[in-house]
Design a protein around this ligand. Structure first.
Ligand code: ATP
Ligand code: MG
Length: 355
């Protein structure tokens, strides 16, 4: 049986980093005999230039049928003047919607090797191993909006936050299952002292947790959670939260590791799931062959784990990346004197070798 992966390189360094991840996946396939097949599709500014749309139907259709989607990055300032509905970033929102990607997963793992790149003190951050589970297609980002309303000469705008019990149940179950495969702890984040949606959120999480007596559940208000992430990040295992709080906390958590070039992500859906690095298209270094491919390679590991159930293959990639770093290989973004400098190709080859 074969597994079909749609690769969407996008713009900027997108092609360099997805090429690297595909090479690693091919190496994995040689070893684990998964039967991976690949197909490349356009999206982002590159697609806009070719077809006048950042997300061609053909790309959406292929993605819907795929076992998983590997995504690079989109965007670049040459498309700044394009009208908002046709900007490259629309491709990401469009795919989220078309594929029903309801959960965004952001792991943050800080080994002793990476701790020196963190803005936190090494003794505080070393050993951090968190997965943030963010609800991705509900909440305030998708509620009713008013751009501008004038009453008695005063202009205002508003966004409506809105969550239903089934939406919260679904994301909570996902977090509980994820915690079962990890250290068995879930922290739910809300603002239930102020918001009605958060009170519904907390009540629903507590309810769902009754089906998971093996999981230790605790609750933080979002402001306290933001503080705890900086004070004591090793206390967390799985964090589950809504769209807005998750957006903010995942960027805060990502910075703990010190390098966006190392951070993978997954967006899980009902039809299929999409895997991409958290960083953007890095137009400033595009085409130079120096981008750090690890975030995309680690996203490919998540693809194996969450879409193909190939846990051993995923772990092999993660171990190979760890070993490359432990052996002193560093791409330009992480390079310091005394280390072995690697361009995108070299880093990819080293990882393939260690697999
Ligand atoms: P976006 O709006 O798409 O998030 P951005 O401009 O906020 O884009 P990035 O494209 O992620 O951010 O780039 C931010 C900085 O990080 C840039 O200087 C870029 O070169 C650097 N960077 C991003 N990804 C990588 C990578 N994989 N390897 C090396 N440097 C990177
Ligand atoms: Mg950005």
């Amino acid at each position: 049986m074969s597994k079909h992966i749609v690769v969407i390189p996008g713009d900027g360094i997108g092609k360099e980093i997805t090429d690297a991840a595909v090479k690693v996946l091919q190496k994995i396939d040689d070893k684990f005999h998964i039967g991976l097949t690949f197909e490349t599709k356009d999206a982002g500014g590159t697609a806009y230039d070719k077809y006048g749309t950042p997300l061609p139907d053909d790309t959406v259709e292929a993605a819907k049928k795929a076992d998983a989607v590997l995504f690079g990055a989109v965007g670049g300032d040459q498309w700044d003047d394009v009208e908002p509905s046709l900007r490259p970033e629309r491709a990401v929102l469009g795919l989220r919607k078309a594929l029903g990607l309801y959960v965004n997963l952001r792991p943050v793992k800080v080994s002793s090797v990476l701790a020196e790149y963190s803005p936190l003190k090494p003794d505080i951050v070393t050993g951090t191993d968190i997965v943030i589970v963010r609800e991705l297609i509900g909440g305030i980002y998708f509620g009713d909006k008013c751009e501008s309303e004038i009453h008695d000469g005063v202009e205002r705008a508003w966004d409506l936050e809105n969550y239903s019990v089934p939406e919260v149940q679904r994301i909570t179950r996902f977090a509980m299952e994820a915690a079962r495969k990890r250290r068995g702890k879930v922290t739910s984040v809300d603002k239930s002292n102020v918001l009605a949606t958060s009170r519904l959120w907390r009540r629903t999480v507590i309810d769902v947790a009754k089906d998971y007596p093996d999981i230790v559940l605790n609750h933080y208000y979002v402001d306290n959670c933001a503080m705890q992430l900086a004070l004591n990040p090793t206390q967390f295992d799985v964090i589950v939260t809504g769209n807005l709080f998750g957006d903010i906390l995942s960027d805060e958590a990502a910075v703990l590791g010190g390098s966006i070039g190392m951070m993978p992500s997954a967006s899980i859906g009902e039809l299929t799931s999409l895997y991409e690095p958290i960083h953007g298209s890095a137009p400033d270094i595009a085409g130079q062959g120096i981008a750090n491919p690890c975030a995309t390679i680690l996203s490919a590991a998540m693809l194996l784990r969450y879409s193909l159930d190939e846990d051993a293959a995923a772990a092999a990639i993660e171990a190979a990346v760890d070993k490359a770093l432990a052996d002193g290989w560093r791409t330009a973004d992480l390079y310091k004197e005394g280390f072995k400098k690697a361009d995108t190709h070299t880093m990819t080859d080293v990882v393939c070798q260690y697999i």
